[in-house]
Write a protein that binds this ligand. Structure first.
Ligand code: B1M
Length: 214
């Protein structure tokens, strides 16, 4: 199984879209936990892609096709992460902030939250504060989860917190933030309720913020 995990990483790095689904199915059929496929196969491959991009060994088009390959792998894993609970633990609005198109991490967080029994409303990428507030006014969530991968888009997270305050909604709606450049110190600085370093931490945090851990 270890060898196939290495092949999964390789398939993402080398953009082998024709192989990825079969490889992921193979390890799942052999009994590997979906979380292991994500954390030890798919995610490390994207880390490697990031390094290669920084070192100018690959460029945006290659990075994009690797991301597409990873998404194809994630789609195979997704049905296995769905929770069977009937009563949701709370509603989470999830989005990647304005100006930012990175959605792989957000999608993994969403899948894990659903698996843990939350109702997740995915508001997509490049999410403006205005669009988010429109949604908040119509179907009040318990938690807003924001993802940012670019240092330049992180300030959008603070705008969301400020807008909730301005509308008098801050006490009712918790805000959690995450994404590679985000840190606990940043979360605290902008007045968010918490930071998730990865999808597992995001689930723990959502449980705590919604009171579902009590
Ligand atoms: Co871009 N990109 N990218 N990119 N990209 C990064 C982020 C970068 C670090 C690469 C590099 O330089 N090494 C760099 C940012 C530098 C910076 O800001 N300091 C960068 C850049 C520069 C850019 C462009 C500007 C490139 C260009 O056009 N010149 C451009 C920007 C486009 C835009 O957004 N406006 C761009 C474009 C792209 C693609 C479209 C090609 C593609 C994205 C495809 C897609 O997402 N659909 C892409 C990719 C794939 C990457 C890297 C290689 C991988 C990101 C990823 O998917 N990681 C990335 C390098 C890297 O991160 N190593 C890079 C895997 C994913 C599972 O991890 O998203 O961190 P992550 O999510 C984790 C945790 O962070 C956490 O849980 C997840 C699961 O463990 N988490 C949360 C995430 N959100 C959370 C929310 C939570 C809690 C936890 O609560 C709500």
């Amino acid at each position: 199984m270890g060898d196939t995990l290495a092949e999964i990483r390789q398939a993402v790095i080398e953009r082998q879209r024709d192989r990825i689904e079969g490889l992921v199915r193979e390890v799942l059929d052999e009994g590997m936990e979906p979380n292991v496929v994500i954390n030890n196969g798919l995610i490390p491959a994207m880390d490697e892609i990031g390094k290669m991009f920084t070192e100018h060994k690959i460029f945006v088009p290659e990075m994009l096709v690797s991301a597409m390959t990873m998404k194809m792998g994630l789609e195979v894993v997704k049905p296995l992460l769905k929770g069977a609970q009937s009563e949701p633990k709370g509603t989470v609005f999830l989005g990647t902030v304005k100006g930012d198109l990175h959605d792989i991490g957000k999608n993994i967080v969403g899948m894990m939250l659903e698996g843990a029994g939350f109702r997740v409303v995915d508001l997509g990428v490049d999410l403006t504060v205005e669009k988010l507030m429109e949604q908040v006014e119509t179907q009040s969530p318990d938690i807003i989860g924001l993802s940012a991968l670019l240092t330049t888009t992180m300030p959008e997270m603070e705008r969301v917190v400020q807008e909730l305050e301005a509308r008098g909604l801050r006490d009712r709606i918790k805000v959690m933030v995450g994404g590679a450049p985000v840190s606990p110190a940043f979360a605290e600085k902008i007045g968010a309720d918490g930071y998730g370093g990865d999808a597992a931490q995001a689930v723990e945090l959502a449980r705590r913020l919604s009171g579902a851990d009590r």
